[in-house]
Ligand binder design. Sequence first.
Ligand code: PEP
Ligand code: MN
Length: 271
Amino acid sequence: KRASREYRQNESSVVIVPTPNGDVAIGENCPLAVVAGPCSVENEEMIVETAMRVKASGAQFLRGGAYKPRTSPYAFQGHGESALSLLAAARDASGLGIITEVMDTADIEKIAEVADVLQIGARNMQNFSLLKQVGKQNKPILLKRGLAATIDDWLMAAEYILAEGNPNVILCERGIRTFDREYTRNTLDLAAIPVLRKLTHLPIMIDPSHGTGWSDYVPSMSLASIAAGVDSLMIEVHPNPKKALSDGPQSLTFDAFDKLMVQVNRMAQVM
Ligand code: PEP
Ligand code: MN
């Protein structure tokens, strides 16, 4: 299998992402790569401001959804195509690489014009036609773990992308469904880090925001991820989480993110 460690003679893959601020390497033994930004792109002011603030705190990538996979069809679905030009404006202003989700094969081309990394969301982890199409793209793919996917299901999903010729896949654990939803939105599987490290050469990311559902738990899970050897973190950050159009409860303020980045850098240094 192409995702297996043996396929690369035990050598870890490094995904190099060209961004306006220069190439960013994501993988084992690379500096920790941090992706930060709102759940959804809401307007130009908020996305540009967020980009500048998270960059100042040390992030390399800006995240933000234009096309949103919402559980309810009546919930905010994202601003779609118009949000792509707002992401482009934030990219120009900050020089950060852009990561945003692709939900439909029909949107790949226009999203790839602004995104430096294409995200496949948890709900589309086994959308095989989408996986095959992004496998033909010349852009790195961030593949989130499905809500109820085993590690093998997830690695097989990665295989669909790799088999089409795109070797640049990053695996992102974002919490799985378990019996307890009282205190956490999902159960963040931090053991996935050493397990994946054993099984695959692909870079590993943790998303403690969706992984826990609550901003209070994001710092401890971020630091624990670094201790477990993660290559990259994805953190939701919003200028005013209480007013966010999606995922406010799990989003950090600029100040909380800045404080976390001080701890993250300290933790990364001792690893
Ligand atoms: C997201 O990152 O915005 C998102 C919707 O995440 P997930 O697919 O992990 O739920
Ligand atoms: Mn979200």
